[in-house]
Design a protein around this ligand. Structure first.
Ligand code: PMP
Length: 784
């Protein structure tokens, strides 16, 4: 399937004039028209009509010209939705004649009627009804061609999605590495998710090139644009019928702010004429992307082959920009949207045995009443994919808070690792298993020395319990130091050393063995700002508590805190705080435990672990939530010295901790973070989102502070920026309002006035825009 442009005709207009006169008895004014590989000439015969003389490249298979003519004949008879060029026969009755160039080389030439109208490319105002009508006309066209047969229909063609395998070998022609990556990542997805189901797609002859330069429009009686003509049947062949629609969408969305809305309108119209099957809708979005990938890759080839031909590269820049945007969209979410456009139920609509109301009643009867539910009207979540959750009605909800499903809900790679290992064996740490050491090696390698030893447990709480035991065993002391508003877990001991719990409703305040240091809050605390001075001033309180405990004869075993405080209100510490605090604790003989249950595993983007942003190396680190992407997996990472001190003869055993299924899951999560570049992504999207909230803060005084790192952000809402009075009620109102827009957020902090934003890491810039838009709309209402 080599493609050279040596065969492109370049016949002088005078020779063309002589040709049409001799063969067709036509005369008039000639002017060149843009073309891809052919030579097209407009022949204006004044009052007797206008024609296009199409001189085919010598590379064109004559059978393909015959194929075009045969299809045009069928459509002239059966397709009434829009006009097509008619093939004019020569005076000798031929549909295809021969024209010679100056060197005597022969080219196949045809004369077609010229269609009047405005190219879609030149129509800026495209209403929903215009787009739907275009879709409908194409659907009707495909119905007309559904039974069309011709010997050349299965010809080789690079624009055929059934033959797109050549793309894989051609991506290296794309000079920009970032752009090449977009195409390569797409092809991996396409092979994995589309190729296995293509046998379910209907095939038929299609026009295969309904791009903006081939669609002609005119205004109807109401002034609305309507498709009135379709040009250029040069790409006609047999392929997936739905590719007709995909091609039309691929070009119509270029340069558009709301590409999905455009694609949805065209699809709705097409579906009205030619109902799409479930599989066709499923592959539509990937086929749109594939078309753009073919286009940009062919452009890269065109630059090499023929740097002069601008027409070939016409849509390249817009296509790259669109591909970068489309890459951010979740396929399932797009599919849902397109199904909605066709009036179809979401593919995965669940038929629940119980209604949500019944579920609630049953839950009240069967589960402990202390469990709370989010939102005034609770959500029943039955599916998840990427950063989206789905209710039984198939509605997609953007998840802004789940830092457990770190690499995306139900990530296929993690699910596969889990189920494959579950199908093999699950056992415990009393047997050897290669996955356990493999995971321990991978996990510890992400930590600075001397943090080299792992314990595996099943939750963040268990990890923190164990961390306290390690510290007590190592120091021979009992007392603990924790941070104001800190939370470390749900066990009896941890609740008592979590001020966020024990000092709030239902709590019994800190026991005599637990001691609190002030939260180093640069916004609301006694020392303001992120400077070293502020960090040191807060750390001085750690020293004070240590000294006080020494005087009391109960020096601390440990100081435990998060690296960025989560439950306490998404608080990022001032510079040098942890360095100084650790210095004081260690000087007092205690060890330093960092709880990375919420903030760890690359969420902050710049580093794998949030403590690294403070330039410290803790003695023990506890891990949970994101490690298993929703599968219960926790860990404690510490030094060999501390682990040895804990080994006092009593066995440490967790029935589930370190089981091979969990290890397979943990490994898959690490793989995905690397393969999908999620840390760099978190940095980029997190900065974008934080900037968006800061801009919003310039317009809306309710926003008192925006803080965080990577995709761990807090937006603090205040009634008054001077008094910093927390806007607690407004925060919960706002959360309900953005929920109505399909965005899930939640509140944190002792005053419940901090929006916590910690979505699954695949969260995109598009998602950020959705969230910012919803929050802005909510802020524009009366939130009191
Ligand atoms: N530490 C922190 C900082 C947490 O946020 C949590 C849970 N919210 C835990 C520990 C306890 O983890 P788990 O719920 O897995 O026991």
């Amino acid at each position: 399937m080599t493609h050279t442009l040596q065969g492109r005709p370049d016949i002088p207009l005078a020779a063309v004039l002589e040709f049409v006169h001799r063969q067709y008895g036509l005369a008039g004014a000639l002017s060149p028209l843009p073309a891809f590989t052919d030579q097209n000439v407009l022949l204006d015969c004044g009052g007797t009509g206008r024609y296009v003389v199409k001189i085919a490249s010598r590379d064109e298979d004559p059978a393909a010209l015959d194929l075009q003519n045969a299809a045009l004949e069928i459509l002239a008879r059966d397709w009434s939705a829009a006009g097509i060029p008619w093939v004019i026969k020569s005076t000798g009755g031929e549909s295809i004649c021969t024209i010679l160039d100056g060197d005597g080389r022969a080219y196949a030439a045809r004369v077609l009627t010229y269609l009047p109208g405005t190219l879609l490319a030149a129509v800026a105002e495209r209403s929903e009804s215009t787009l739907e009508q275009i879709g409908q006309a194409l659907g009707e066209l495909d119905l007309c061609l559904s039974k069309f047969e011709h010997p050349a229909m299965d010809r080789e063609h690079r624009w055929d999605p059934r033959q797109a395998q050549w793309l894989t070998g051609a991506t290296q022609l794309i000079p920009d590495i970032g752009q090449r990556g977009i195409v390569e990542r797409f092809l991996v997805q396409y092979r994995g998710r589309v190729v296995p189901i293509v046998d379910d797609l209907p095939l038929s002859g299609i026009h295969n090139d309904a791009n903006e330069e081939n669609l002609l429009l005119d205004r109807d009686g109401d002034g609305d644009w309507r498709m009135t003509g379709l040009l250029d049947f040069g790409d006609i062949l047999r392929t997936y019928t739905v590719n007709e629609l995909a091609v039309a969408c691929a070009y119509a969305i270029l340069g558009k702010d709301k590409p999905l809305a455009v694609a949805a309108s065209i699809t709705a119209g097409y579906h009205r004429a030619r109902p799409l099957s479930g599989t066709e809708i499923k592959v539509l979005f990937p086929l749109i992307c594939l078309r753009l990938c073919i286009s940009v890759t062919k452009s890269a080839m065109a630059v090499k082959e023929d740097p002069q031909n601008e027409h070939r590269r016409i849509s390249e820049q817009a296509a790259w920009e669109m591909l970068a945007r489309l890459e951010e969209l979740d396929w399932l979410v797009v599919e849902t949207r397109l199904r909605q456009a066709c009036g179809l139920e979401p593919r995965f609509r669940e038929r629940p045995a119980l209604s949500s109301v019944q579920l609630l009643e049953e839950r009240r009867k069967l589960l402990g009443s202390g469990l709370t539910l989010a939102y005034e009207t609770p959500l029943e979540i039955v599916r998840g994919r990427g950063q989206y959750l789905f209710t039984p009605d198939g509605r997609a909800w953007l998840d802004g808070v789940n830092n457990v499903c770190h690499v995306g809900h139900s990530h296929p790679r993690v699910v596969a690792a889990l189920s494959q290992q579950a199908a093999r064996v699950n056992s415990n740490t009393r047997y050897l298993h290669p996955l356990r050491v493999a995971y321990a090696r991978r996990l510890t390698a992400t930590f600075p020395a001397p943090l080299r030893v792992c314990y595996f447990v099943n939750s963040g709480s268990e990890a923190n319990e164990l961390a306290v035991r390690l510290a007590r065993a190592y120091t021979g002391r009992w007392d603990v130091m924790v941070m104001e508003d800190g939370y470390h877990g749900n066990t009896g001991m941890l609740v008592n050393m979590s001020p966020y719990k024990c000092e709030e409703r239902g709590g019994q305040s800190l026991p005599e063995w637990a001691h609190k240091v002030p939260k180093p809050d640069p916004y609301r605390g006694v020392y303001q700002g992120y400077s070293k001075e502020s960090g040191r001033a807060y750390a001085a309180h750690v020293r004070e508590v240590c000294e006080h405990l020494a005087v009391e004869g109960r020096p601390p075993a440990l100081f435990m805190c998060e690296s960025i405080q989560g439950c306490g209100g998404q608080v990022v510490f001032p510079e040098e705080y942890l360095q100084e605090a650790f210095h004081h604790v260690r000087a007092a003989g205690g060890i330093c435990i960092v709880d990375e249950v919420q903030v760890g595993l690359g969420r902050v983007g710049s580093h794998m672990w949030a403590f690294e942003t403070q330039g410290v190396v803790p003695d023990v680190v506890t891990l949970g939530k994101p490690l298993g992407n929703g599968h219960p997996l926790g860990a404690v990472v510490t030094t060999r010295e501390i682990a040895r001190a804990f080994d006092d003869g009593m066995e440490f055993f967790s029935s589930f901790g370190g089981n091979p299924v969990s290890m397979a899951v943990g490994l898959a999560v690490l793989d995905v973070i690397e393969a999908e570049g999620l840390r760099a992504h978190a940095t980029r999207v997190g900065e974008y989102l934080a900037r968006g909230f800061r801009d919003l803060g310039k317009r809306r005084r309710l926003i008192g502070d925006v803080r965080g790192l990577g995709l761990f952000l807090g937006v603090e809402l205040v009634r008054d920026r001077d008094t910093m009075e927390p806007a607690t009620r407004a925060t919960s109102r706002l959360i309900e309002l953005v929920k109505a827009d399909g965005i899930l957020l939640s509140a944190e902090g002792p005053h419940h006035n901090v929006l916590k934003i910690k979505p699954p890491l695949p969260f995109t810039v598009n998602d950020a825009d959705l969230m910012l838009g919803a929050v802005e709309r909510a802020l524009a209402t009366d939130l009191r």
